[in-house]
Ligand binder design. Structure first.
Ligand code: HEC
Length: 435
């Protein structure tokens, strides 16, 4: 019975994704920050805070692992290749047949978004280092477009690939000539950062979402306002359109997804998608019947556009870092706030960005066989104990073990480190409970 259910799930999933049914993709050990759908609609890619990219065809994912920090964005190049980028400032090109990744290059800051040129030969990257990277998949050297005075948050190519539109924390939307790399237009100059863009050049409009909650649609040619859906909720974090641009979905910091009909420019739904947390990633299925979304939840949710409100919502009520701080000791609070999103405490800890801390006291650094450590940690001769864990967060990982995949983080108060270590001693001990 169980086998049959599994088999049915595996066989049905690709068609489920196009059949207008509700489904979830579970397996990541951290929030989902980016989603893409393959050109033929049969596969989905998810980029996660757990440092990995999931390739889904059916219910079992293939994990694409190389990033040394959260993966923020992922895009199919064609049916056999994809690109991803993240907080490690790096871009990887993946061979989806073998699951292997090659570093395409990198920025000097986090990379937030990627776009493929219409001929699929160039990848554009939006980075917090204030530049836009143009990466040739044919091997030509990378180029960088400079001019933004704030981090770049989104990029999109014109339909003919000749121009690139970019959105930035500097409050502008700029247009660039791809062949010369010159900025040709300042389409918008506002007060607040612009987070996300959708361009429908054929119909002559561009929609954008901002840090302050702005959702506006502009006529590309004139820059005139076509529609304004700005509401109370901010920031606007994600936008998607179906392939014909007939329907837009807009996700915000309060976890709502607004659905807009672009023929009449009216809001058709305002759906509360999460019980906790923002909507970070949105994508339509290839047939436009489903909206895929990523939030704090470790799962990707997919709702049929036609019956959004009739299905389960994303919930992270059980997420430990959302536990009531008043119910915890200082040591546990330190752990929940600063470590739990990446580390489990139990023996077989679920898939996460970092290795489980179960049994950490007395353990040689980098010694778990089922976790893919950085060479630095695997080759170090540190033994984790009260002194070394204290030093790790007194100095910060980047000073204590430079080159590790640990995020930069210091805990400056000695009393906080002491409480954290006391909590970890109890919670990670073989016989101890974890509360
Ligand atoms: C954003 C994710 C992230 C956060 C937050 C984080 N870590 Fe880590 N941690 C990692 C990663 C990734 C590694 C593996 C590093 C490597 O391979 O270089 C790691 C490794 C470790 C190790 C070494 C484990 C081993 O097996 O050698 C310890 C100890 C550790 N972390 C403790 C902590 C504590 C305590 C906190 C909270 C104060 C914390 N980490 C917060 C991601 C994180």
């Amino acid at each position: 019975m169980a086998f049959r259910t599994l088999l049915t799930a595996l066989l049905l999933l690709p068609s489920l994704a196009t059949a207008g049914d509700f489904f979830t993709l579970k397996g990541h050990g951290g929030p989902i920050k980016g989603i893409d759908v393959s050109p033929d609609g049969s596969r989905i890619l998810t980029a996660s805070f757990d440092y990995s990219v999931g390739l889904w065809q059916g219910g079992t994912p293939v994990w694409l692992e190389a990033h040394r920090a959260a993966a923020n964005t992922v895009r199919f190049v064609d049916s056999e290749h994809a690109v991803s980028a993240g907080d490690d400032y790096d871009i990887y090109l993946w061979d989806l047949n073998t699951g292997t990744g090659r570093r395409l290059g990198g920025h000097e800051g986090k990379i937030i978004a990627l776009a493929l040129s219409p001929d699929r030969r160039t990848v554009a990257s939006a980075s917090w280092d204030r530049t836009i990277g143009l990466w040739s998949l044919a091997g030509a050297p990378a180029r960088f477009l400079k001019g933004h005075t704030g981090g770049v948050s989104d990029v999109v190519f014109s339909a003919d690939g000749a121009r690139l539109y970019s959105a930035s924390a500097d409050g502008t939307i700029r247009v660039w000539d791809v062949s010369s790399g010159a900025q040709t237009r300042l389409l918008l100059k506002g007060w607040f950062g612009v987070n996300t863009l959708i361009l429908n050049e054929a119909a002559g409009w561009l929609a954008y979402g901002g840090v302050d909650g702005t959702i506006r649609v502009l006529e590309v040619e004139s820059g005139d306002l076509i529609a304004d859906f700005t509401g109370e909720r901010s920031p606007i974090l994600a936008m998607a359109a179906d392939r014909e641009f007939t329907t837009l979905a807009i996700g915000d910091g309060y976890g709502f997804i607004k659905v807009i009909d672009s023929a009449k420019w009216v809001v058709t739904e305002d759906f509360r998608a999460t019980l906790h947390g923002p909507v970070w990633a949105l994508r339509f299925s290839a047939d436009g019947r489903n909206i895929h979304a990523g939030s704090l939840d470790d799962a990707m949710y997919s709702w049929p556009v036609a019956s959004l409100g009739e299905h389960e919502r994303m919930t992270r009520g059980e997420l430990s870092f959302l536990k009531d701080p008043a119910e915890m000791s200082n040591g546990e609070r330190q752990f929940q706030r600063k470590c739990s999103i990446c580390h489990a405490l139990d023996p077989d800890g679920r898939r996460r960005a970092g290795p489980t801390l179960f049994g950490i006291f007395g353990r040689p650094a980098g010694s778990l066989v089922n976790y893919s450590y950085s060479p630095t940690l695997r080759n170090s001769d540190i033994i984790w104990d009260v002194g070394t864990i204290d030093a790790l967060f007194d100095l910060g990982p980047d000073d204590f073990i430079p080159g590790s995949k640990m995020p930069m983080q210091r805990i400056t108060k000695a009393a906080d480190r002491e409480d954290l270590i006391a909590f970890l001693r109890r919670a990670t001990a073989a016989s101890g409970g974890n509360r």
